[in-house]
Design a protein around this ligand. Structure first.
Ligand SMILES: Nc1ncnc2c1ncn2[C@@H]1O[C@H](COP(=O)(O)OP(=O)(O)OP(=O)(O)O)[C@@H](O)[C@H]1O
Ligand SMILES: [Mg+2]
Length: 474
């Protein structure tokens, strides 16, 4: 599933800056192309697939701003990060208005740049995942693709069969990697709407402003860059099913609009006045604790009740240990075929190892482990040596820090642990302070304070978005 990221393009007329960006980003595993002028940049963009551009505002020849303009016009979806000599709020607004995705003022810390790039990379991955999902939207999901003999899995398949043919809304809850997408797909495939569109939207993948226009469409001129009228995905789903994945990540204002749509089926395009109406079935999913999200006012209780007509709760893999080996065999077959290998079985040692792991990443983690094992395996049987060292991983995650003593004071050790925990949680929640704070069960303010104390660069997400910052791409 993970397709390699295309290179990113650095445009800067200073050779030293080009070189240092190349090293910095190269060390993080990005592939980097660097050119010294906007003209050369445009030429390269026309030839190569690039996932984002980093440009200096001041360039010899065509300026960074003119360059940005050209890029906006020709490749409206390409994120551009602008580096400016100094930051003023006015300049920031100008840069963002001109269509840059983000900007950094010199001098900047390497982590700041890396965060910004990682955000673009993540967005690129999620958007291409959405495109990928769109492409296989016609593929059907069947019940027998949902593997597992645990009683809860039988009940789950039964419930899908009962509910699918009705028009009832469904809310699918469960930890990451438990199979929520499979369930949503099966609900559509087994419904009377199966011949109509199955539209899937990942609410976490799309910036807030863009999400509204993605869902409900926009009129021409609704915002800068809205060059043409665009129908919403809900219109595309007319007669079919719409699957709103990661629903808990939707902003409050958009939740209100969605609520109205769920209440009477009407909506208006962004910038439009005409009330439109469609007939779609709703399926929503989230891996977040929705009750907690309601309690902390991040998710509307009334919207929850509207969506929560039939609730599917997917059990984590650790609660259905009996399914681990069956799933492992299932993926073994799948990847043998895909990789043209003939590793036919799993050794006893490997089985034991699989059974004793807790699987925090659930079925997705198991799937990845088997895929990796198959790549590494040189015999005809998966040996335990081809599996990751789960114990080591668990120790690294938990007790390693507890065991570490040596000559350091307890405060220092605790600070190390705290730093590692915050970093790991940040990375897991895509550098969102809000989500990280939520996971760590402290306020956002308290999190910032701790990060400052620990000398962690606060992630720069969720700034008070200036107008046009997340303006949808035409
Ligand atoms: N019961 C199952 N049988 C077979 N494959 C499964 C099962 N559950 C999950 N998978 C596979 O595991 C992977 C992760 O599942 P899925 O994408 O549905 O997870 P998810 O619950 O949507 O997770 P996230 O919250 O992270 O989006 C997929 O490749 C899916 O096909
Ligand atoms: Mg999912």
């Amino acid at each position: 599933m993970t397709t390699p990221l295309p290179p990113l393009l650095v445009v800067d007329d200073e050779k030293n800056l080009r070189l240092s960006l190349q090293t910095l980003l190269g060390d993080e595993g990005y592939s980097v192309l660097a050119v010294e002028s906007a003209e050369a940049g445009l030429e390269l963009l026309a030839k190569e697939k690039i996932f984002m551009v980093i440009t200096d505002a001041r360039l010899g020849g065509m300026s960074g701003y003119d360059f940005l303009n050209r890029v906006r016009n020709r490749w409206p979806k390409l994120p551009v990060l602008m580096i400016t000599a100094y930051a003023t709020p006015k300049l920031a607004v100008e840069v963002i208005k001109a269509g840059a995705m983000d900007y950094l003022a010199k001098p900047f810390a390497p982590e700041e740049l890396l965060h910004a790039v990682e955000r673009c990379a993540e967005r690129h991955r999620l958007l291409s995942e959405n495109a990928h999902l769109l492409a296989r939207a016609t593929e059907t999901y069947q019940l027998d693709q949902i593997v597992g003999d645990a009683a809860k899995m039988h009940e789950l398949r039964q419930l899908i069969q009962t509910v699918a043919p009705t028009d009832a809304r469904a809310l699918i809850l469960g930890e990451s990697g438990t199979g929520k997408e499979l369930v949503a797909g099966a609900l559509h495939s087994l419904s009377q709407r199966c011949r109509a569109q199955y539209v899937r939207i990942n609410c976490a993948a799309i910036p807030e402003m863009l999400l509204e226009s993605e869902l409900f469409g926009h009129e021409r001129g609704a915002f800068t860059g809205a060059l043409k009228q665009k129908p919403g995905r809900v219109e595309e789903a007319n007669g079919g099913t719409i699957f709103l994945d990661e629903i808990a990540d939707m902003s409050r204002p958009l939740q209100a609009k969605l609520l109205r749509f769920l209440e009477d089926g009407t909506f208006t395009r962004v910038g439009g006045t005409q009330e439109l109406r469609v007939n779609v079935r709703f399926i929503a999913a989230t891996n977040r604790d929705i009750v907690q999200a309601i309690a902390t006012d991040q998710f509307r209780a009334d919207l929850f009740h509207r969506l929560n007509v039939v609730q599917f709760r997917l059990p984590p893999l650790r609660e259905r240990g009996e399914d681990i080996l069956q799933l492992a065999e299932h993926f073994l077959k799948l990847f043998n075929a895909a990789m043209n290998k003939s590793v036919k079985s799993i050794s006893r040692g490997a089985r034991q190892k699989l059974m004793s792991h807790r699987w925090p990443g659930n079925v997705r983690e198991l799937r990845n482990v088997i895929e990796r094992a198959l790549i590494l395996e040189t015999t005809r049987e998966i040996q335990s040596g081809s599996l990751p060292d789960f114990q080591l991983e668990t120790r690294l995650n938990k007790t390693e820090t507890l065991a570490a003593t040596g000559d350091r004071a307890i405060d220092e050790l605790v600070a190390d642990f705290e730093r590692a925990l915050i970093n790991a949680t940040l990375a897991k929640s895509n550098f969102s302070l809000t989500r990280t704070a939520e996971q760590l069960k402290i306020s956002r303010h308290a999190l910032r304070y701790r990060m400052q104390r620990l000398n962690l660069t606060p992630a720069e997400d969720e700034p008070p978005a200036p107008a046009g910052r997340t303006g949808p791409e035409a």
